[in-house]
Design a protein around this ligand. Structure first.
Ligand code: ASC
Length: 172
């Protein structure tokens, strides 16, 4: 689904249906979009191969920055704060859907550590990315319990899913 279609279908009716307060309806529409997150069908289009490489690297980078905040809490390097944990896990969960579209055929060249094996073992790579997305979903749930032990377990499982893919498919 195109992002603008998504926004129109979600926010549009809410605004129109709101006789009493369009502003309130708009706010709740935005909230609905935020909670719904990135639509699972969304994927970027790339004008050139370098854009696909840049896209996946940047998506992974942003995701990592937010995962690092969770990892710091899990490792006792930052104070545990349930609200900050939940906020960061939400960003990670949304970002987790994005990088995979950037692994376009023929983009094992250039400024990338992606190994050619990704395109030889497509199914395995997809399974690892799907496993990762599942772990990130659990991470989001764990971040909302308010228990540091839950966060620790989910951070470890997620890091394991990161590593499983890196070990096979990312050059050193
Ligand atoms: C991180 C990070 C990764 C994973 C991986 C887990 O924080 O940037 O790539 O965890 O190191 O082994």
């Amino acid at each position: 689904m195109h992002p603008s279609t998504f926004a129109t279908t979600r926010i549009g009716p809410m605004i129109r249906a709101a006789g009493r307060s369009p502003l309130k309806a708009f706010a709740s529409g935005l909230l609905a979009v935020a909670l719904a997150g990135v639509p699972t069908g969304v994927s970027a289009q790339f004008a050139k191969p370098e854009d696909a490489v840049k896209y996946r690297k940047n998506a992974l980078f942003v995701m990592q920055q937010h995962f690092a905040r969770l990892a710091a809490m899990a490792q006792g390097k930052a104070p545990y704060d349930a609200k900050i944990a939940a906020d960061n896990a939400l960003v990670v969960a949304n970002m987790a859907a994005l990088p995979w579209a950037g692994f376009v055929e023929g983009t094992d060249k250039g400024d990338t550590k992606a190994k050619p094996e990704i395109w030889k073992d497509r199914d395995d790579f997809r399974q690892l990315s799907e496993k990762f997305v599942v772990e990130v979903g659990k991470l989001r749930t764990a971040s909302a319990t308010g228990r540091l032990d839950d966060l620790k377990a989910a951070v470890n499982a997620t890091a394991g899913a990161c590593k499983a893919c890196h070990d096979e498919y990312r050059a050193k």
